[in-house]
Design a protein around this ligand. Structure first.
Ligand code: HSE
Length: 412
């Protein structure tokens, strides 16, 4: 059986390396007589690559080669990836991708085509890099109704926050290091503004709750506004700030899905997930909480998940793997302002006692956080859980108080 790889960037080059490095055991596990790389599609030249004879620049060579049964898509982005993957599936080839944008935006359509053509469309590497999460949700946890799923899904931002927490590093320096280590997206805006985490939680929410969730329906905040004083207040509260992507099933059949910085208590399993590591907590009705942890970005960890999908696709050539979700439904994801949340709020006031009294009256007793060396006019509080939109409106309308930072509090 022959395989092609489209996109020889960080992940694609890792996939090629791994296919050669562990060739014999990969062939054995695939239950095929052979599993060989035939083409690498990339518009760039790689004159020093040991795989010189594999490089091509024309996608149609792969599309029209009946020997190629499985194609790996590690190009990223939507435009070309969507066009190519759709054509490949329609032509009866299985596709394995690490492209979370593609799955989050086009997953339902591509899964439908794969089903119709009886081929596989697999994307274990699209969430959590090397961490097994798609397969555990669809297979090992299949007996559960999933109530909630939440995690640290972006290695770049977790690396940055870790450096801010442990070394008081500036955001800019930490981001430069993450880029140098190959964790960040080509445009790191997608990492730091939360879009990458958003795409990943959309995939997980679609899988867990059964209907396609689109990124446009998810309230998403990044970490660019987090200051070292918020980090210090989180510490005085007894926790750390993490970029949390979360989805929860509600009693009325709808779901909440949000991405944003959040206070996580020190004893939480998510609190000590540092650097490029990711962790995903799944709350099922039979299993309770289960946490998946590992390297969420980087060349070989992500290649590990891609190649595992290649093996799985090779094993399921006659009978495709049966998983997926239904089409999206309007108003299925509720507005984040309607969800229940407790908030951390840091703001400025010249009348702390007066503002605390007003807050207690408007939103119930608040917990005041103290921080050595904080400016005289700074007030930081923790609220009780309430409807998020109402809570935010009431706080913003307290006379004499100017909120500077608002961050959700988690309960896991
Ligand atoms: N930029 C992503 C991250 C890569 O930092 O997690 C893996 O999806």
């Amino acid at each position: 059986m022959f395989v092609a790889v489209m996109g020889y960037g960080t992940v694609g080059s890792g996939v090629v390396e791994l296919l050669y490095k562990n060739h014999d055991s990969i062939v054995k596990k695939s239950m095929q007589e052979s599993l060989e790389l035939k083409y690498i599609l990339d518009l760039r030249d790689f004159p020093d690559s040991p795989y010189q004879d594999k490089f091509i620049k024309d996608f149609n060579i792969i599309l029209n080669d009946p020997e190629v049964k499985i194609v790996v898509e590690t190009m990223g982005g939507i435009t070309f990836a969507y066009d190519y993957v759709k054509k490949l599936l329609l032509s009866g080839k299985s596709v394995v991708t690490s492209n979370k944008e593609l799955v989050a935006e086009k997953g339902y359509e591509l899964l439908c085509i794969a089903k119709e053509k009886n081929v596989n469309f697999l994307f274990e590497a699209s969430v959590g890099g090397g961490i097994p999460i798609i397969r555990p949700i669809t297979q090992c946890l299949a007996a559960n109704e999933i109530d909630e799923i939440a995690g640290i899904l972006n290695g770049t931002t977790n690396y940055i926050l870790t450096k801010m927490i442990t070394e008081q590093a500036s955001f800019e320096n930490a981001l430069k290091n993450a880029q140098a280590l190959g964790y960040a997206e080509k445009d790191p805006t997608a990492d730091v503004e939360g879009d990458d985490s958003c795409r990943k939680i959309c995939i997980l929410a679609s899988l867990c709750f059964g209907k396609h969730v689109y990124p446009k329906d998810v309230h998403t905040e990044g970490i660019t506004k987090i200051s070292l004083s918020d980090v210090a207040y989180a510490n005085s509260w007894g926790g750390v700030i993490k970029l949390i992507a979360a989805a929860k099933r509600l009693d009325n059949g709808k779901i909440t899905v949000t991405v944003g910085p959040a206070f996580v208590q020190n004893h939480s399993q998510l609190a000590n997930v540092d650097d490029v590591f990711n962790a995903i907590l799944v709350r099922g009705d039979a299993i309770g909480d289960v946490v998946f942890y590992g390297r969420g970005a980087g060349k070989m960890p992500t290649a590990s998940a891609v190649v595992a999908d290649v093996i799985d696709a090779a094993k399921h050539t006659l009978k495709k793997k049966n998983f997926g979700w239904d089409n999206a439904e309007e108003n299925y994801v509720i507005d984040y302002r309607e969800q229940t949340a407790a908030l951390y709020v840091r703001g400025e006031t010249d009348d702390k006692e007066g503002v605390i009294k007003l807050l207690n009256g408007e939103i119930g007793a608040v917990r005041v956080l103290s921080l050595e060396g904080a400016p005289e006019n700074e007030l930081a509080i923790i609220t009780n859980p309430a409807t998020e939109g109402e809570l935010r409106d009431k706080i913003e309308n307290i006379p004499g108080f100017t909120p500077k930072s608002v961050i959700r509090i988690t309960d896991y």
